[in-house]
Write a protein that binds this ligand. Structure first.
Ligand code: GDP
Ligand code: MG
Length: 596
């Protein structure tokens, strides 16, 4: 296909505003998926994506569309909308010339509408504003067309109105894409340069690499080179997704498609890298992407210690398709052998642990998530701490914590409540702006560590679900942080240590001590539970000793009752972990850490 007949676009939107549903309708209206094969969220292939109704991986699909004279190839890239996956969005954007900015006509602009719009503008994309869900009784397209036009600097009447559900307006939108989005440009005679915008692991075909051709062309059987590593591979297959893979005889300027080389690990096919030919290849790579960096760390431990090697294999497998997952072995006195894992955010953490549980059948304990602290010791040494148990106790001169710029969009009635919440999370107000008469944007500088602990849930519950949140890293800042330890009979339980602000240390210590007192069964001796900062005890609870006559009571009594009691104890034993002399049931760890 000549570049003049290609249009590359993506759909950007806040989560739930209807990207996937609109993509479904486009697949159907352009005829690439038959009505018979159609199912909702067609492009969301992972089980978790389908169940949660969210898109995690980007998808690229080619669709034909005709105007009066010509047939065009439209390449659509469906992108995830959640903050954790912003890096997926940004690399998809770099493969496009235009973006559909999709906004729910009953909701209006939300935090990720803005975040994604800014990303699209940074990538010089042509923006087509579209209101979706106009079939909803609660839709108010006139009001939101104005809001959207104000935002991007256009006229309200140029804002398209569609329903991804019923298909109304979708043909018009396809026409608009052809008319308004610029055709790709590139040098067809130059050495090949293709940008990798995604690579996924497929257990049958190995790594499938999605590329956008910038210059030149690539053909099957050709030898190709990954420019960052200079590694050479034979091109076993090249083609386009429509949406099933269709092998082709090559890809030219502006085209979007996939490559298969037989490589087994996504790290061999790095997102952001440039692909060229081994012979007569390009000398200058395309500008790359920055690698996504983990923001949140957590320890993952198998509940059954003998599952350790299975956990390792499972993580290795997930890593094949998710280069952003990082992990290394870790041991905990309380929990045994496990892995310290780094995630892009809490949703990423949740999705990985859910996949480990479901796809690999592993029962896991997840320790409290921790951000990355930069500690300077009294000797001037810098230590990076992702696990409270590595905190250089007693030698700390200063601690810096990661900060984020948070943008919260909400109805104006909730401004007071949300400001209170942000202040209690050590946020400092950067600005406040009215988007319309009712909708306000609050901007805060906030410690990431405060956001990872149920901030989002709090925000939602305090605003009846009406607030939306987006954030981006904004560097490090010194803070008055301390490590709180929890001790059982004088022994530190490393899994419960946490780095918290000094003002919150007491509350954390008291809470954990109280929880553990309720969760740990009585033993043959008294067990003090303490919370401490260094050597200073800040909270204390006591589990009283068990009376000796538990069984005695049963003598002469109901024999079956006695047997039951013994069996119950035996069962319990299996799932106990010893902390010093204290037997702690596995469930107590889980419950204390999850706050259930
Ligand atoms: P995404 O998160 O942006 O991919 O959103 P989805 O496509 O998964 O849609 C989110 C929810 O909105 C789903 O329950 C859809 O059925 C619903 N939805 C999407 N488009 C429309 C529409 O045009 N009209 C109505 N009434 N509901 C829609
Ligand atoms: Mg979706």
């Amino acid at each position: 296909t000549p570049p003049s007949q290609i249009r590359n676009f993506c759909i950007i939107a806040h989560i739930d505003h209807g990207k996937s549903t609109l993509a479904d309708r486009m697949l159907q209206i352009t005829g690439v998926v038959s009505d018979r094969d159609m199912r909702a969220q067609y492009l969301d292939r992972m089980d978790i994506e389908r169940e949660r109704g969210i898109t995690i991986k980007s998808q690229a699909v080619r669709m034909p569309w005709q105007d009066d004279t010509e047939t065009f190839a439209l390449n659509m890239i469906d992108t995830p909308g959640h903050v954790d996956f912003t890096y997926e969005v940004s690399r998809s954007l770099a493969a496009c010339e235009g973006a559909i900015l999709l906004v729910d006509a009953a909701q209006g602009i939300e935090a990720q509408t803005l975040a994604n719009l800014y990303l699209a503008l940074e990538n010089d994309l042509h923006i087509i504003p579209v209101l979706n869900k106009i079939d909803l009784p609660a839709a108010d397209p006139d009001k939101f067309a104005k809001e959207l036009a104000d935002l991007i600097g256009g006229r309200p009447e140029d804002v398209l109105r569609v329903s991804g559900k019923t298909g109304v307006g979708v043909e018009e939108l396809l026409d608009r894409i052809v008319r308004d989005i610029p055709a790709p440009t590139g040098d067809a005679d130059a050495p090949a340069r293709a940008m990798i915008f995604d690579s996924v692991y497929d257990s049958y075909r190995g790594v499938v690499t999605y590329v956008r051709m910038i210059d030149g062309s690539l053909s099957p059987r050709e030898r190709i080179q990954m420019m960052s590593t200079r590694a050479n591979h034979e091109l076993l297959e090249i083609g386009v997704s429509s949406p099933e893979p269709i092998p082709s005889d090559g890809l030219g300027v502006g085209e979007v498609g996939y490559l298969i080389t037989g490589v087994k690990d996504v790290r061999q096919s790095k997102v952001g890298d440039t692909v060229t030919t081994s012979r007569g290849g390009a000398t200058k790579a395309l500008p790359g992407y920055t690698d996504p960096k983990p923001m949140v760390y957590s320890g993952l431990y198998p509940i059954d210690g003998s599952d350790y090697s299975e956990l390792r294999e499972a993580l290795d497998k997930l890593k094949l398709s998710d280069a952003s997952l990082v992990y290394e072995p870790e041991t905990s006195v309380a929990l045994g052998f496990g892995f310290r894992c780094g995630f892009l955010g809490l949703l990423h953490l949740e999705i990985i642990t859910e996949r480990l549980t479901r796809e690999f059948d592993l029962d896991l304990i997840t320790t409290a998530p921790s951000v990355i602290y930069e500690v300077t010791t009294d000797t001037g040494e810098k230590v990076t701490v992702t696990n409270p148990s590595e905190y250089p106790d007693g030698r700390v001169a200063s601690v810096a914590e990661p900060m984020v710029k948070a943008a919260i969009l909400l109805p104006k009635d909730y401004v007071g409540t949300v400001m209170e919440l942000c202040q209690s999370r050590r946020g400092s107000l950067l600005g406040m702006e009215y988007f319309s008469e009712e909708r306000v944007e609050l901007r805060y500088n906030m410690p990431l560590g405060e956001i990872v602990f149920d901030f989002f849930d709090q925000l939602k519950s305090k605003t009846q679900g009406y607030a939306s949140l987006d954030y981006e890293p904004s560097g490090q800042q010194d803070a008055d942080l301390v490590k709180v330890d929890v001790l059982l009979q004088g022994d530190k339980v490393d899994a419960f240590s946490a780095i918290v602000h000094r003002d919150k240390a007491y509350a954390y210590g008291t809470l954990m001590a109280e929880r553990l007192r309720k969760l740990i069964p009585r033993q043959n001796f008294e067990v003090p539970i303490q919370a401490a900062i260094g050597a200073r005890i800040i909270a204390r609870e006591t589990i009283r000793a068990l009376r000796k006559d538990v069984l005695a009571k049963c003598y002469g009594g109901d024999i079956s009752r006695k047997r039951k009691l013994l069996e119950k104890q035996k069962e319990g034993k299996k799932r106990m972990k010893m902390v010093g002399r204290v037997e702690v049931p596995q469930e107590a760890f889980i419950a204390a850490l999850s706050g259930e």
